[in-house]
Ligand binder design. Sequence first.
Ligand code: GUN
Ligand code: FE
Length: 426
Amino acid sequence: MGPNFILKGNICYCETPERFTIVEHGVLVCKEGLVEGVYQEIPEAFADFEVRDAGEKLIIPGLVDLHLHAPQYTFRATHMDLELLEWLENYAFPAEAKYKDAEYARKAYGIFVDRLRDSATTRACMFGTLHVEATEILMELLEKSGLHTMVGKVNMDRNSPDYLREESADVSGEATVEWIKDCKKKFRNTKPILTPRFIPSCTDELMENLKKIQLHFQLPLQSHLSENLSEIDWVQELCPTSAFYGDAYDQFGLFGADCPTIMAHCVYSSDEEIRRMKENGVFVAHCPESNMNLASGIAPIRKYMQEGLKVGLGSDVAGGTKEDMFAAMMHAIQCSKLRWRVIDDTLAPLTASEVFYLATKGGGEFFGKVGSFEPGYEFDAVVLDDSRLKDVEPVSVADRIERFIYLEQEEDIRAKYVAGKEVFWR
Ligand code: GUN
Ligand code: FE
């Protein structure tokens, strides 16, 4: 398949959170890797484009996972009995330490990347570990997968065991620079993103080093924010001069002011923190399943959307159990309903189109024009087959999408394109 082609099927995407845009039995035109347009019939001008007919199947934008931990995939869906800080010490840190061994990393990351490739995810931002070699192995595998991703070598030089801590801020900074230079030589679609683990893991000197590195290489950044109550108290103790958690990043210029930034979780962001995120254009990665599994809480996503923050969804493997972004959408709806019922009845639950928007165009904005079928967007598309569900009477496309969010299985994902390139058709 060349750079110009047409997909036929039931096309569905969200330009805004309020509603689905649907063209039944429509055509989606890809020109030079970009969406040219969505039409009812093939326009004369594209009559010579190759056509792939998906029949009754659904065609949606590829899904975007704004936050996950690739090394934690090995222990997904186990060890959910502790809250964040104890969970890190007992499970996440020992699991990540294994990636010192490149052979182990190649096996474990091989399994993870195969699964991500087979999912509906076309773009993802993820954490590796502090190990440069293992992180480059992960990036090499992702580059081969056809997905477009941002990957972070993690920085951490305090408050973790000797076996998973960098010796000093300078050692961490130097390793980061070496890694960034390698990435520029080796990868096209797998980009480095600065990744201070979270405030408790990084000394002031390390944050200062990372700011210099960010300004020199102009790199985006990802980290964690206001996820858990004990974590928030600890940050206040560690940084007594910060006005709120996000300010502890901002005092080093690492809170979105200069470069695009993702903060995962934001379960307990104060009004001040929300205001700063808005001013600085910080992206919130909402990770509802993780927030349930680690008993962190429920983030007020409708409030963030009303305030005009940029919001996307994350699986947060292995706080979350799976790489499946349909599950993330389902959990976002379900969490928001419990929050509305139990915590705050002024924030209405999220709807199917709203979570679909978050998983496509909302998170996609971090990658540029990604996550929609509006003209000029990168051609990321997924073909879904829900015939397994066997209907007696016709079901509307909007209802089929909503149902897919709840009932999807991996084998229903029949084709995937990223930036106009076919990843699979099966
Ligand atoms: N905060 C710092 N590290 C982590 C992590 O690995 N997972 C989650 N959920 N939160 C974190
Ligand atoms: Fe996380």
